[in-house]
Design a protein around this ligand. Structure first.
Ligand SMILES: Nc1nc2c(c(=O)[nH]1)N[C@H]1C(S)=C(S)[C@@H](COP(=O)(O)OP(=O)(O)OC[C@H]3O[C@@H](n4cnc5c(=O)[nH]c(N)nc54)[C@H](O)[C@@H]3O)O[C@H]1N2
Ligand SMILES: Nc1nc2c(c(=O)[nH]1)N[C@H]1C(S)=C(S)[C@@H](COP(=O)(O)OP(=O)(O)OC[C@H]3O[C@@H](n4cnc5c(=O)[nH]c(N)nc54)[C@H](O)[C@@H]3O)O[C@H]1N2
Ligand code: SF4
Ligand SMILES: [Mo]
Length: 753
């Protein structure tokens, strides 16, 4: 009988909570919060325990699978790689490089190995047909941040622990546990603001779980946040409240902003937003008067028709109220490990972000950050012509459920000549694959929250070791991605170690310039030799940690850290509260914050048109014409984790929330079945009546609809729910980004026969 405790992080959401896995005789006894994790201090949500269910789930794939005419067949790893690479190369030979496409899904943001080696695979793809969850999520924020501050991930985060005033739009951290804001125990941290005498204001078309922690809540008409935020800015200018604080010497285009918001007064936007002018004026004054304040927007502000405008306006409000880069305001992080952060002290500015010149083949949508919007992935598979996608690789994605226009997407995947999935479930998307390559269980791998620490409310670092050894023959996820990648560039016979040395050499050369960057005298050779005892993601991580702002500089900074430091401290280490960083953090060519990027200002007439249309035509309330929004549940995780009994048991989650007035006008009561219809499609959902909904708005969560034949999800099938993305319209987009506008979609609801 052997018992052991392993400390690590939970990789199921952005909060990065510390967990302790209690193992007895190589079985998980329980999973608890790690009280010694300096960031999460023991906090856990119910999903963490689901890691046990996930690890033990008999439906989770443990061997590669091949789809044959007789059904699915387990194959060896060698055979599976051979089949996968042969299949992809065959399609490329026949139809050219653009015939290969790839979709990279959400969980890759939680996997160190996927974060680092997806890049290798995507480069080897040799095609611009790249897609990811970004364009059904945060892409508008990456664009507004890129245009304002110079880089897509230079996104200011709310300094939750020190702020006196938090204005939340379109986020529900009490359930999502925070997003673009890595904050374990986000609910506790938000409650803390109120407890220390501060104020929390939530703007949301639903009275959410976060509202219960807040001081004040206002319903807002979906899709109108940009107007609301610009009206706040209008008040700040009109009443002489603008104070730029620390940002003052670093901004440009302040006059252009003043002009842009001159005619967007609270009176003008009140009926459009559904919030009275007095309230808007008061909130603007409060933001400017508070000792510190921060405005924060999430999915409700990005996945909507004015996503980029709203994302920009959030940061505009933070700048104008004097709260950018200041404690308690919106601050930039200084992550311990980050590509490109080894710069000599004093170097400022960068290349900035410019509008992409390339557009997609079929719908001519913009291709930001070298990616096409997922809302047009199905078009690119289904529309014949040169450049049509004929084969796909998916890594940790389920676009058949998670992207808009699901029926179209399902048909598109079914039409492919060949598909490879890197995934451990046979689900709605991977059932179309010819070969599935399962990564190890999350508990069988190392991890470091490389992406999420870039958005954390404190600078922290934690490296987790695997809890269990990988089963014999099971490759690491980075090995799967690298094997595919080298196969695609004709280096199938090069051994993995050589290929990985090559990958590392390229990364190191990118990080260490001839001056050594931050570390005088450091050379690529010195760094390479110092980490040569490691392989794969750990080796790259060690390099980033040691060259990074908290690093040991390979002996040049005695107080600095390396991967060895983190290995010795399995609870993780705290690197302190966020610190002011202007102008060093800016990557715009002139090292200034562009308050009025032309591309964004050019989209204002569209908002004005919508405002005009709404004021001339009174909004119908309580009728059958409604607006659809989404929601998340504490025990659910996008389109997966639904095969874990402990998380799906209990009352039905996938219900259509509707206000009593709306329900009455269509003669529906809780438990009735209703037909939810848009221009794109329809589903039949169970009604749940609640005064928590804004009249005129209905809510259905995403990630459900597990009733497809041919999947291996025995538990999820019993809790199938319906797929809201059969109703989401793949043509409803934020035009600047091409991001899906899931929220604010016009729908009708009627009793189902
Ligand atoms: N338990 C759980 N946690 C998760 C996830 C999960 O599935 N389950 N998913 C993870 C992922 S991938 C992400 S991206 C994050 C998302 O994190 P959040 O954005 O915090 O999560 P949501 O619950 O989608 O919150 C969006 C809110 O926007 C509101 N809303 C909708 N439309 C509008 C609008 O037009 N304006 C305004 N102001 N509000 C609007 C909705 O009512 C909802 O309350 O959560 C992550 N965490
Ligand atoms: N209507 C509507 N649709 C939405 C949203 C919404 O609010 N409303 N939200 C959108 C958002 S924010 C997001 S992020 C997307 C998410 O959508 P996707 O990017 O498609 O991701 P998931 O639905 O989380 O599916 C994750 C897949 O990864 C697999 N997986 C899990 N862990 C790993 C791993 O470590 N490695 C590998 N290789 N595979 C793994 C799972 O088995 C599953 O197949 O959905 C979007 N869709
Ligand atoms: S909030 Fe829950 S799902 Fe997210 S990291 Fe923490 S324990 Fe895991
Ligand atoms: Mo997401």
């Amino acid at each position: 009988m052997t018992a052991r405790h392993v400390h690590r992080v939970c990789t199921l959401c952005e909060a990065t909570c510390g967990i302790t896995v209690h193992v007895h005789d190589e079985r998980i006894e329980t999973i608890k919060g790690d009280n010694d994790d300096p960031f999460s201090r023991g906090f856990l949500c119910p999903k963490a325990y689901g890691l046990k269910g996930l690890h033990e789930d008999p439906d989770r794939l443990r061997t590669p699978m091949q789809r044959t005419d007789q059904g699915w067949k387990a194959v060896s790893w060698d055979e599976a790689f051979q089949l996968a690479i042969d299949g992809l190369l065959r399609v490329r030979e026949q139809h050219g490089p653009q015939s290969l496409g790839a979709y990279v899904g959400n969980p890759t943001a939680h996997s160190l190995q996927a974060m680092l080696y997806n890049q290798v695979l995507l480069r080897a793809l040799g095609s611009t047909q790249r897609y990811s969850a970004s364009s059904v999520d945060q892409l508008p924020k990456m664009i507004s941040a890129g245009l304002m501050f110079g880089a897509g991930l230079t996104i200011p985060v709310p300094d939750l622990d020190r702020t006196s005033y938090l204005l939340v739009l379109g986020g529900n951290p009490a359930v999502s546990n925070g997003s673009l804001m890595t904050a374990p125990d986000a609910p506790g941290r938000i409650r803390g603001i109120v407890e220390r005498g501060g104020k929390v204001v939530v703007i949301d078309p639903r009275r959410t779980e976060t509202v219960k922690l807040a001081s004040e809540h206002h319903f807002i008409v979906p899709g109108t946040d940009a107007a609301f935020l610009l009206a706040l800015s209008h008040v700040m200018f009109a009443e002489g409240l603008v104070k730029l604080g620390r940002a003052k010497p670093h901004v440009r285009n302040l006059d252009a902003v003043r002009d842009a918001v001159r005619d967007v007064s609270p009176e003008q936007v009140a009926s459009f937003c559904g919030i009275d002018a007095g309230t808007i004026t008061r909130i603007a004054r409060e933001l400017c008067a508070a000792k510190s304040a921060v405005c924060y927007g999430r999915i409700g502000t990005t996945c909507q028709p004015f996503g980029t405008l709203a994302s920009w306006a959030v940061d505009l409000v933070n700048v104008l109220s004097g709260n950018l880069d200041t404690p308690g305001g919106a601050m930039f992080t200084m992550p311990a490990a980050n590509r490109g952060s080894n710069r000599a002290p004093g170097s400022v500015g960068g290349r900035g972000l410019t509008a992409p010149r390339e557009t997609t083949r079929v719908r001519k949508l913009p291709m930001w950050f070298g990616e096409a919007p997922s809302a047009t992935l199905a078009d690119e598979m289904l529309t014949p012509g040169s450049g049509q996608i004929r084969a796909m690789i998916t890594v940790a994605g389920n676009p058949v459920l998670s992207a808009p226009g699901s029926a179209h997407m399902d048909r598109a995947f079914a039409s492919l000549d060949f598909m490879v999935a890197v995934d451990f479930y046979l689900n709605e998307t991977t059932r179309h694959a010819h070969v599935i390559l399962p990564p190890p269980s999350p508990l069988e791998r190392e991890t470091y929250d490389y992406a999420l620490y870039q958005l954390a409310v404190r600078d922290v670092a934690k490296y987790s070791q695997p809890v269990f050894e990988r089963p014999a023959g099971q490759p690491e996820e980075w090995e799967i991605l690298l094997t595919l990648g080298k196969g695609l560039i004709g280096m199938r016979d090069v051994d993995l170690k050589t290929a990985d040395d090559f990958v590392f050499a390229q990364v190191a050369a990118g990080e260490i310039d001839s001056d050594g960057g931050r570390w005088p005298g450091l050379t690529v050779e010195e760094a390479t030799a110092a980490v040569s005892h490691r392989r794969g993601a750990a080796r790259i991580l060690d390099l980033f940690l040691r060259t990074g702002p908290h690093g040991d500089g390979f002996g040049r900074n005695l107080h600095g850290i390396s991967l060895a430091t983190l290995e010795a401290q399995p609870h993780g280490i705290d690197l302190g509260a966020l610190k002011p960083q202007l102008p060093d953090v800016l990557r715009t060519p002139d090292a200034k914050i562009d308050l009025a990027p032309a591309l964004i200002i050019d989209d204002l007439p569209r908002l004005r048109d919508a405002l005009g249309a709404a004021t001339t035509k009174p909004r119908e309330e309580g009728g059958r014409s409604l607006m659809l929004i989404g929601r998340r549940h504490l025990r659910s995780n996008n389109s997966w984790m639904h095969n874990v009994e402990s998380l799906v048991k209990g009352p039905e989650r996938c219900t259509l929330l509707i206000h009593p007035n709306d329900a009455e006008s269509i003669k529906l009561k809780t438990g009735d079945r209703a037909r939810l219809k848009s221009a794109a499609g329809e589903v039949i959902a169970t009604i749940e009546i609640t005064t928590d909904m804004m009249p005129g708005v209905v809510s259905l969560p995403h990630g459900w609809g597990h009733d497809h034949a041919g999947t291996q999800l025995s538990i999820a099938k019993q809790h199938a729910g319906v797929n809201v993305n059969l109703v989401s319209d793949q043509t409803a987009l934020d035009p600047i980004s091409g991001n899906a506008a899931f929220n604010g979609l016009p729908v009708t609801v009627e009793a189902a026969a």
